[in-house]
Design a protein around this ligand. Structure first.
Ligand code: SF4
Ligand code: SF4
Length: 297
């Protein structure tokens, strides 16, 4: 069964059972909106963009040559990358789980596939997001006025680049989806090398609440066993991931396992107040010990 089928059914079932989206979905929507707005605002506000069309590269409203623009961009770019590196090194791959636009769009496709009543609308939403992200990349490298004011050749090249980017992203997220994160994403491999067993992650916080339903295993987009991240050996064959990656470095901290665990454990308002087996966040040593004792029993 291809990755996604059981996962989509479970998440779609939970979605129908809930009155509003899960808090992780709200976080993803908020972070995704903020990220896309920033990525669009940077070039469109005139703060920074290259211009491969007319060579009018812009930094803080000033027009400069390419070398100057690249030099001024290098410092904040490196600073952001150092921050990302440190955050991933010490906290894990939350960037993959909550910020990555490919992951977010792949999830939107998951939702579109399970939303048969509004399938056309759902696919239109996916296409719009792909076009918006492609537009953001185009705007970073080129003054978008080229689409209107450029020569026919310049317009065709800019529109072609935009459509190729958006179409490629649409195809990747629609056809490969989160299996791309599991096996082929080069950034994911880089983040997995950086990540290690840090202070945060997924843990079986309340083993007594676990009903052994296996739903968490079924929804994990990285094909892990969320209940046994610390104990189970990672699977060996995994696309670009070689052997030697720990489960903690493979976990993208998406929270799908926690979401589904909360869903299967809490069907009524009163049950929502009961402890849920899985949790995501800072690890509590005593709970991990309890988990290990349960495993031994
Ligand atoms: S989803 Fe929760 S209750 Fe079900 S097996 Fe996983 S940890 Fe246990
Ligand atoms: S273990 Fe949980 S948080 Fe980690 S990748 Fe799997 S579903 Fe996401």
């Amino acid at each position: 069964m291809p990755l996604g089928t059981v996962r989509e059914l479970l998440l779609a079932g939970l979605g129908r059972a809930r009155r509003s989206p899960h808090r992780y979905t709200w976080w993803r929507i908020g972070i995704g909106t903020l990220f896309t707005s920033l990525v669009l605002a940077l070039p469109l506000s005139g703060l920074f963009h290259f211009d491969l069309w007319r060579g009018a590269h812009t930094v803080a409203g000033e027009t400069v040559d390419f070398t100057t623009a690249a030099k001024r961009f290098a410092f904040p770019f490196l600073g952001i990358n150092v921050l990302i590196l440190l955050a991933t090194r010490f906290l894990g791959r939350y960037l993959c789980g909550f910020v990555c636009p490919v992951g977010s769009l792949a999830r939107l496709f998951d939702w579109a596939r399970s939303n048969r009543r509004h399938a056309g609308l759902a696919r239109a939403a996916c296409a719009s997001v792909a076009l918006l992200l492609g537009y953001a990349v185009l705007a970073f490298w080129c003054d978008v006025r080229v689409l209107v004011e450029g020569t026919p050749l310049a317009r065709a090249l800019a529109a072609g680049a935009w459509l190729a980017l958006s179409g490629g992203l649409y195809w990747l997220c629609a056809r490969i989806g989160l299996a791309f994160c599991q096996r082929w994403c080069p950034s994911g491999v880089y983040f997995a090398v950086l990540a290690h067993e840090g202070p945060t992650g997924i843990e079986l916080a309340h083993p007594q609440a676990c009903t052994d339903c296996g739903a968490c295993d079924s929804v994990c987009p990285m094909d892990l066993e969320p209940r046994r991240l610390a104990q189970a050996a990672p699977r060996e064959e995994r696309g670009w991931y070689g052997e030697g990656f720990s489960n903690a470095s493979l976990c993208i901290r998406c929270g799908d396992c926690v979401q589904v665990c909360e869903g299967v454990n809490a069907r009524t308002r009163a049950e929502l107040l009961q402890p849920v087996a899985l949790r995501m966040g800072f690890l509590r040593t005593q709970d991990v010990t309890a988990d290990q004792e349960r495993e031994r029993a």
